[in-house]
Design a protein around this ligand. Structure first.
Ligand code: NAD
Length: 290
């Protein structure tokens, strides 16, 4: 396939590389002038898109996605697919899909889980919204860039699945960190805490696979000075998207709302920006009930 890849950042560059290594003809464009070995550079997003069967976008947010969509949609050949893998708000995902469909194109929203490591290893999980036909056309590309692609329903449902998943993640990470900080103050050894909780009803991905306490459990960013990993800033972005969606859908999400407030304060006023999202543990450890 001929693929245009727009947004060659931390995630986009390794994803595009994997597609090129698998034999696809990949043309790339990034506003910051990034070039990647094996990817033919284009002068603009529209130039990259004009001969593509599939245009993949991996961009920072919904506003930028809408801007790039305005540039690429008029340039794309009839029947081509616009495949957005960024994490954006559900409303932007649905608006861009409508715009693509009205122009005679296919459209998929396919945000990912798995981070930079998963992008490099080709083991991402894709959560996909759009038609069955478009999903089936893109499936071979998902199989190269990832290990699993779940078709979640019509346009926007991929983003809906992503923000619901990450709202659970933010809430369980906070719960795990505050419980570790409480356990410390109660004199419970962290290894004992891990051994009990990871095999009891308090278990979750946050403790079992990504333990926020250094030196116990699996290797995680806690063992690397809380260098991300998954940055607290990105968790805040995803929690904001979940609360924006909850407001727009009139859903009551008090735990998600509190998680957003805690990450906002951590990132914006407590020095958490640039740290892994599991650095909530030292944050709680350094505080009193007050
Ligand atoms: P990044 O900032 O490293 O990459 C984004 C790239 O988009 C940058 O290189 C930037 O120059 C480029 N860009 C910005 N505006 C552009 C435009 N108008 N035209 C072309 N290129 C433009 O971000 P990232 O970490 O690669 O994340 C990309 C997306 O993936 C985000 O939506 C993020 O939420 C999501 N995501 C990231 C991770 C992660 O661990 N990094 C995990 C899952 C999902």
């Amino acid at each position: 396939m001929k693929i245009a890849f727009i947004g060659l950042g931390n995630m986009g560059a390794p994803m595009a590389t994997n597609l090129a290594k698998a034999g696809h003809e990949v043309t790339g464009y990034d506003a910051a002038g990034v070039t990647v070995d094996g990817i033919t550079p284009a002068q603009s997003a529209a130039e990259a898109a004009q001969t593509a069967d599939v245009v993949i976008t991996m961009l920072p947010n919904g506003a930028i996605l809408r801007k790039v969509a305005d540039e690429v949609i008029p340039a794309m050949p009839a029947g081509a697919i616009l495949l957005d893998c960024s994490t954006v708000d559900v409303d932007s995902a649905r608006a861009v899909a409508d715009q693509a469909l009205a122009a005679g194109l296919g459209a998929l929203d396919a945000p990912v889980s798995g981070g930079i490591g998963g992008a490099a290893a080709g083991t991402l999980t894709f959560m996909v919204g759009g038609t069955e036909d478009a999903f089936n056309t893109a499936k071979p590309l998902f199989d190269i860039m990832g290990q699993k692609a779940v078709h979640c329903g019509p346009s926007g449902n991929g983003q809906a699945a992503k923000i619901c998943n990450n709202m659970i993640l933010g809430v369980t990470m906070i719960a795990t960190c505050e419980a570790f900080a409480l356990a410390d103050k109660l004199g419970l050894d962290r290894q004992a805490m891990f051994d009990v909780v990871s095999t009891s009803s308090g278990a979750s991905w946050s403790i079992n696979a990504y333990c926020p306490a250094p030196g116990v459990g699996p290797q995680s960013p806690a063992d690397n000075g809380y260098k991300p990993g998954f940055a607290a800033d990105l968790m805040l972005k995803d929690l904001r998207l979940s609360q924006q969606a909850a407001a727009s859908a009139d859903a009551d999400t008090p735990m998600g709302q509190l998680a957003e407030a805690l990450y906002q304060s951590f990132v914006e006023t407590e020095g958490g920006s640039g740290q892994d999202f599991s650095a909530m543990l030292p944050r709680f450890s350094g505080r009193s009930r007050g």
